[in-house]
Design a protein around this ligand. Structure first.
Ligand code: SF4
Ligand code: SF4
Length: 447
């Protein structure tokens, strides 16, 4: 194992708050009702291929991808389709979705099928698969990047013709966001399954591709487990990285693990790199070896005052209100609920909405964990510029966006912002930098 310092001197190191570190993965009960969003990938929403009144079985595809940046959607429960239409998302907005309800018989059959589950193929069969067969299986299984970006994995593994040759498959086990420990948990508990998923992706990418798994050094057990699991695989190595946010960003991870620099606006493949998350590698293992589409994920439920905090395996489409009902009421001290981590996650309007493929965390934060700072005028300290990992001038981008000067914001590369939040986090004046930058970025992209 080689030790690489980190990606550079930018970024921040917020309090880690890994309150659930070391906790085992627990099972969330199979829900009797799911609200399955059809918009679970970066591209266009999937199209419903079922209608109200249809009966569906666990793992059936119910939404079909609409283009290469879209992803199929499958049901984690058997049941009857109650409706297709707008469902509420965790941010309080709406998305097209499918509501499915299980009868007692459906529920009992699903529980039995979970007991009877067995791998579909063995290691010999994996070795006989062609790259096209692997990518087709991953595409059909609806697998997307599970670190939050939700880019379809099959599309990422098949760069367009004319792209540079892939040399490195980088596996993101950084989990640099405060609070989140779900990637840590799967690396500790399922390292061999993750390594098999990586092997399958390496087979799809070709002989000359090497894999480096990057894990921050605040996860020593995960580093140890993954190193042991990778020991007999000469194309796979594990690298410990100094803990620093946002190390899991594509540009930062590439720099930390290969010393290569991705140019602004370019994709990692421009430097011969493809990046996947550890949870995505696990989903690939389940799809290829067990024949199971992406219908569940491990997510962190946490918060200082939430005594049921832990990592849970949650069926995708589970209503957030069901999670709270199963685990215990929200503490009265809660002032903010977040989908994801505290840096890049999104505030929720309440406990509405349901889990998605990209939802890695559900945080119930008290006032001490989510202090409200008054916003005062910029004092030109330059801290936001110092920490920006994309080399931008956040104070300027925010001001231009606030003034509606979208062309000027675009000229200062507002669209390169990766929305890491380091600038807002570091601003002593409590400026809402990222909020305004997001506005400018959205308007600049529409031009
Ligand atoms: S401008 Fe964007 S990329 Fe730079 S620190 Fe702020 S949020 Fe991060
Ligand atoms: S960190 Fe805040 S106060 Fe300092 S320059 Fe940036 S916006 Fe201004």
């Amino acid at each position: 194992m080689k030790h690489i310092t980190t990606f550079g001197k930018t970024g921040v190191h917020p309090p880690e708050m890994k309150l659930t570190a070391g906790s085992p993965i627990k099972e969330m009960p199979l829900p009797r009702r799911i609200e399955l969003s059809l918009a679970q990938s970066l591209g266009r929403p999937a199209k419903a291929i079922v209608k109200a009144g249809d009966h569906v079985s666990r793992f059936d595809m119910v939404g079909e991808a609409q283009g290469p940046v879209s992803a199929n959607v499958h049901t984690p429960i058997s049941g009857t389709v109650k409706s297709i239409g707008t469902i509420t998302t965790t941010d309080g907005h709406g998305a097209e979705g499918i509501i499915i309800e299980a009868s007692d018989e459906d529920h009992a059959a699903d529980l039995q099928s979970m007991c009877d589950a067995a791998p579909r193929i063995g290691f010999d069969a994996i070795n006989r698969l062609t790259g096209d067969e692997i990518i087709d299986t991953i595409r059909r299984a609806g697998i997307v990047g599970m670190g939050g970006a939700a880019f379809p994995t099959a599309t990422k593994l098949s760069p367009p013709p004319g792209s540079p040759q892939c040399e490195f498959l980088l596996i993101n086990g950084a989990e640099c966001e405060p609070y989140l420990t779900c990637d840590d948990a799967i690396m500790r508990e399922m390292p061999h399954e993750i390594i098999t998923g990586i092997e399958i992706m390496l087979k799809a990418l070709g002989q000359n591709v090497r894999c480096i798994i990057g894990i921050e050094d605040n996860k020593p057990q995960a580093i140890k487990a993954m190193t042991v699991a990778a020991r007999s695989h000469e194309r796979i190595s594990v690298a410990a990285m100094r803990t620093r946010y946002p190390q899991g960003g594509e540009k930062m991870l590439t720099k930390a693990l290969t010393r290569r620099e991705i140019a602004p606006g370019a994709l990692p493949i421009s430097e011969g790199v493809i990046i996947q998350n550890v949870a995505t590698a696990l989903a690939v293992y389940h799809a290829v070896v067990w024949g199971i589409p992406l219908v569940e994920r491990v997510m962190t439920v946490s918060g200082n005052d939430y005594l049921s905090r832990c990592n849970y395996r949650v069926p995708i489409g589970t209503p957030v209100s069901d999670i709270i009902a199963a685990l215990g009421e929200i503490p009265p001290s809660t002032v903010k609920i977040v989908n994801g981590g505290t840096m890049m996650g999104r505030a929720m309007a309440g406990i509405q909405g349901s889990t998605t493929k990209g939802m890695s965390g559900l945080l119930l934060l008290s006032s001490g964990e989510s202090p409200q700072r008054p916003s005062t005028p910029c004092v030109r300290c330059g801290k936001c510029v110092e920490v920006c990992p994309m080399g931008l001038e956040p104070y300027l981008l925010a001001r231009l966006s606030e003034l509606g000067r979208t062309d000027d914001a675009a000229a200062h590369h507002v669209t390169d912002c990766m929305e890491c939040g380091c600038c807002s986090y570091s601003c002593m004046a409590g400026r809402r930098l990222l909020d305004w930058i997001k506005v400018g970025k959205t308007l600049a992209r529409k031009k």
